[in-house]
Design a protein around this ligand. Sequence first.
Ligand code: 6GU
Length: 240
Amino acid sequence: MRIDILTLFPEMFESPLNYSILKRAQEQGIVAVAVTNIRDFAADRYRNVDDTPAGGGPGWVMWPGPLLDCFEHVEKLAPPRGRVILLTPQGVPFNQAKARELAAEDRLILIAGRYEGFDERIRVGLNAEQLSIGDYVLNGGELAAMVVVDAVVRLLPGALGDEASATDDSFSVGANNHSPLLEYPQYTRPEVFRGMKVPDILLSGDHAKIAQWRRQQALERTKQWRPDLLKGEDPTTGGA
Ligand code: 6GU
């Protein structure tokens, strides 16, 4: 997979892309991530990329020109263009199902906006999808783009050392397509820590019983902490 990210703040991506799983996935050729600075496509000598909103109001809106020039440059680097996604709080909620859907693509182009937003002609001109990572407002789409990259890359074959761990995690849908549940509790050594013991069943060696216990635990925690998941509601839309 190739992921392009268009942003005014390319440096923000350096740290998240250079640790742990994202770093290893790039080193192993599972994913290539390229970050391009929209400001490099500014047309004037002050390298401006934004302006005050037409009609008045606070903040800054990104001009369509530099962004579309930047996009057209990036698009040609590795055709076909794949999925084009604007990160914006107006977008459809990003979730595990969307992450799985994007992980099946060969190429993603993620566009991180800053300030009050994008000139509407950017969205229309690109015929772009829009994604939001939740109902709160961030200062820009950069952190949201990183969230999407992280969630997608860990689903790519070979990205995690142990293939099983991606499918057992909270929110993933099991082989029988049961609804997503929170993950069961995990323990490791020592057997007793500050008076708290690892449940006997996990030390029993009875794998069928362990699997049954874990399913039960996952269900109970989901009931207690995220009942909306069992009702098929999406909490990111307030259950609407
Ligand atoms: Cl994608 N962008 C911004 N600016 N804020 C957000 C968001 C995106 N998702 C949730 N809040």
